[in-house]
Write a protein that binds this ligand. Structure first.
Ligand code: PAF
Length: 289
């Protein structure tokens, strides 16, 4: 079957409902397009788990501030379409902003509490409301059995899991591992903004996280000491400005003073004008090397 490209909510809904009625499972991969290997790993998992795979391509305006990169966010729909055809995707949902948000739109979904007040929420306070709102809309349109999100956006993933639980969506959220370049940089559509010098500096996010892991493996348990070492390493790297580095509980996202159970070490760094995020989960009871 050739890939279907659908721009209207009504068409996406009726096509997905038909699959449901025929007893077919539907998997959804929400994206903002400009697809890379990270997205494709979600698509492949969705393909192997479901009868019908939907990928949404929508640059969601409500998760950007006026000062952010909404207008310049990288897009290449033809390339996305080719990649998704090669992966055997059934339907691309590619709505316009007008289709997704009518001019009188005044309803938003907001997850509250620690999950949405620290880390990325400090410098991007609007962000998770926009993400939760558009993901809830996509869930209502596609009504998938499963939806796929990467650990790369660890806080986004936790917020969506919370929303699914709190709003009783009958959807399995499938978390997928971070996909990295060979030098450790986590795949991101925004990596395309980096020039070669900035690209070289950008590996410091992964190196700082690996350094933290080494310190913990060697027995260090003080978050402050680990964070200070990471900070030193990043500050010594050209083009960088730290947005945040933090060590938090993987479920509550409360900052942890000491590492006694599984933690998320999360980091956001500006490389000149490009903000990159990365994270690792470390369980001190289960260190491999
Ligand atoms: O992770 C993203 O690309 C976006 O935040 C998402 C989940 C597609 C919502 O716009």
């Amino acid at each position: 079957m050739p890939i279907q490209i659908v721009q209207s909510i009504a068409d996406a809904r009726s096509t997905c409902r038909l699959q449901n009625r025929q007893g077919k499972s539907v998997g959804l991969v929400p994206t903002m397009g400009f697809l890379h290997e990270g997205h494709l790993s979600l698509v492949r998992q969705a393909r192997s788990d479901n009868d019908f795979v939907v990928v949404s391509v929508f640059v969601n305006p409500t998760q950007f501030l006026p000062s952010e990169d909404f207008d310049t966010y990288p897009q290449n729909f033809e390339q996305d379409q080719r990649l998704l055809e090669d992966e055997g995707v059934d339907l691309i949902f590619f709505p316009s902003t007008k289709e997704m948000y009518c001019s009188s739109n005044s309803t938003f979904v907001e997850v509250t509490g620690q999950l949405t007040t620290n880390l990325c929420a400090i410098s991007r306070p609007h962000f998770f409301r926009g993400v939760a709102t558009v993901v809830a809309k996509l869930f209502n349109i596609v009504e998938p059995d499963r939806a796929y999100f990467g650990h790369k956006d660890a806080q986004q993933l936790a917020i969506i899991q919370r929303m699914v639980q709190d709003l009783n969506f009958d959807i399995e959220v499938v978390p997928m591992p971070i996909v990295r370049d060979s030098d450790g940089l986590a795949k991101s559509s925004r990596n395309s903004y980096l020039n070669p010098d900035q690209r070289r500096s950008s590996t410091v996010l992964f190196r700082a996280l690996q350094h933290a892991k080494t310190l913990i493996t060697q027995g260090e348990r003080s978050s402050n000491r680990i964070l200070a070492e990471m900070e030193k390493m990043i500050q010594a790297t050209e083009y960088t400005r730290i947005d945040y580095i933090n060590i938090v509980c993987t479920t509550s996202f409360e900052p942890q003073e000491y590492i006694n159970s599984e933690v998320l070490i999360a980091i956001a760094v500006w490389i000149t004008n490009t903000r990159l995020i990365d994270s690792i989960r470390i369980d001190p009871a289960n260190l491999t090397s």
